[in-house]
Design a protein around this ligand. Sequence first.
Ligand SMILES: [Mn+2]
Length: 417
Amino acid sequence: MNCAFYQDSRRRLMKSLDAENYTAVLFGGGEVTRSADENYEFQINTNFYYLTGVRQADVVLMLEKHGENFREFLFIDPYDEQYAKWIGHRLTKEEASALSGVAVEDIRYREEFEKELERALSVSPMTLYLDLEKSRNANYTSSGESLAEKMRGREALSIADLYPAVVTLRSAKSQEEADAVFRAVQTTKAGIESLMAHAAPGLYEYQLEAWFDHTIKDLGNKKHSFRTIAASGINATTLHYSANDSILRDGDLILFDLGAREEEYCADISRTFPVNGRFTPLQRQIYEIVLKANKRVEASAMAGVTLGKLQEISVETLTEGCLSAGLISSPEEIRRVYFHGVSHSIGLDTHDPMPRGIPLPEGAIISNEPGLYFPEHGIGVRIEDDLYIRKDRAVNLSRDILKEAGEIEEFMASFRK
Ligand SMILES: [Mn+2]
């Protein structure tokens, strides 16, 4: 992504905030200790990244509007010889400016942050926008919350949540963003083909998974969108199974839910195929029902439709299919064998934030992932594509990834002669 993209994101965000005078502060996040002197792999706060293109820890963005005047600052760590020797390079002011499009004279060192913040807040009345979204399971206090806590009760200062405004912008993707997801999907496609080519009874799930890892890195995607699900046989009936340590058995299916990440944009794809390259009649029957739901959802997806509506279509199709195949004995029983949503937003996060319940905006990217799970048969099937929502249709970004049962068998057979 060119720095013009991030400049544009900031401009659109600033225009969407309605306070007369405001200061908005966003933190990129810091390193988290894993054990001893090792840290977890650093993941930039995606709201921050959307507005800056910067992926370095401990960087702060400040946006100001006083009446008609807009200003922006980025605060980074200065060069540190020890850090450079032990850990590596940190962005210079020039590099941070080139990435983000913030003018180089407005790239400051972090020690100046408090002083600049005080200056910005000295105008009255003043609204301080902070990212105050609290994850349901968060077991930490974010930098945004800490700063809000510190500033609360100041005279003529109101504190407001920046999160909804950023998320609203993020939920409609530009063509450039959709292209990044598409490139991640293309790499994921090659990885999936490698999995189909190398599947064989006797391998551990993680051994087969390794072909995906190798392929996406070989093609230039260093990161995964999320931890790969490699679930064979009955493991596929656990939605988020990721132990990946069972042995592939002849006659079982394997379900892969995975994705490569390109410039932080995620692919999120599921494919299910037979370990030995041939579906059994029961596996095929279940597979075709899921595929039908997947196709119906795609045909109905477009701007203005809600995710709730797509879920209805999915439930309806799966119920019909399961009833007529005698796989369930009442419509209510569908809840036992299909127990998740068909769709979620995709973007910088695999489960990308999107305001709840809204009709899909043009530009949304969503998953299309119906599934059926029968522990009694040791069969779990999920087929997941990524859809780019346009005004009157959905562009299936993963249309080139094999999903017809016959084509999968043919493709796999070509490696097994
Ligand atoms: Mn998904």
